[in-house]
Design a protein around this ligand. Sequence first.
Ligand SMILES: Nc1ncnc2c1ncn2[C@@H]1O[C@H](COP(=O)(O)OP(=O)(O)OP(=O)(O)O)[C@@H](O)[C@H]1O
Ligand SMILES: [Mg+2]
Length: 267
Amino acid sequence: MRAEAGNRRDRLREMLADLKMPGALEAVDGILAQADSGAATAAEAIEQLLDAQIGLRNNRRLQAAMRSSRLPAVKTLAQFDFAFQPSIKREQIESLHELGFVDRRENVILLGPPGVGKTHLAISLAITAAQAGRRVYYGTLAGLIGSLMEAKAAGELSRRLRVLTHPALLVVDEIGYLPGTQDGAVFFFQLINARHERASTVLTSNKGFEEWGSVLGDEVMAAALIDRLLHHCHIVNIRGNSYRMREHRDLMRSASDQRRQGESHDW
Ligand SMILES: Nc1ncnc2c1ncn2[C@@H]1O[C@H](COP(=O)(O)OP(=O)(O)OP(=O)(O)O)[C@@H](O)[C@H]1O
Ligand SMILES: [Mg+2]
């Protein structure tokens, strides 16, 4: 009996190696031990085995996406503290992370003052999409316009626009911080026009739509752009305090606590 069980384990390992499932292969012994001892049911054991493989695959996809997508950091939904930002509807954010909007080629616009988590949530949407095997790309508006301008100068504008239309999810971060030029507005419009109804764009801005005209340096272009963006769009309006300020406050507090402790020692 024991020899048979041992053979079966070897066979299982061979099969997992043959199927190129290194995550499952690494976890299989521990999972079988749990199942044998009665700590896991058969269904739980299979679930754990597949989970181990999916976890490894998603991690690899994320590593690859971090290299190619220019995402500036890893920010996840699990790291987001909803209690700190009560104006955000948790269900809306969780449901966006199910990625139906990517399949439907809809847009997401995150609006709000500095430090409220716009970039964090835009990145966590992109990371979730990358883990699900979708192609993603990140840029600030200034960075994307700069790259389109360079492409135009090199006579490669339409090629660059095609490349930027390719990702299933493009993040356009920081609309509103750098003053735009009329040329920039035209490039931004061309980008959004190229992606409209073809692929999803997630945008962040510290300015309301009524200010986009002056931000982009062209009222007419801004109106046409907003019209396309809002056509199929989820808007996340964040009103609240900056998380950065909270981190500063926490640091200040722990520094002053330490100082006080130091003082009491001296005493
Ligand atoms: N609710 C939150 N829970 C956990 N971390 C948060 C939360 N909100 C923001 N942060 C963190 O605070 C920092 C600032 O957030 P983020 O960069 O997303 O702000 P932002 O809205 O994009 O600001 P800005 O308009 O200045 O670009 C980041 O490190 C982010 O991960
Ligand atoms: Mg930001």
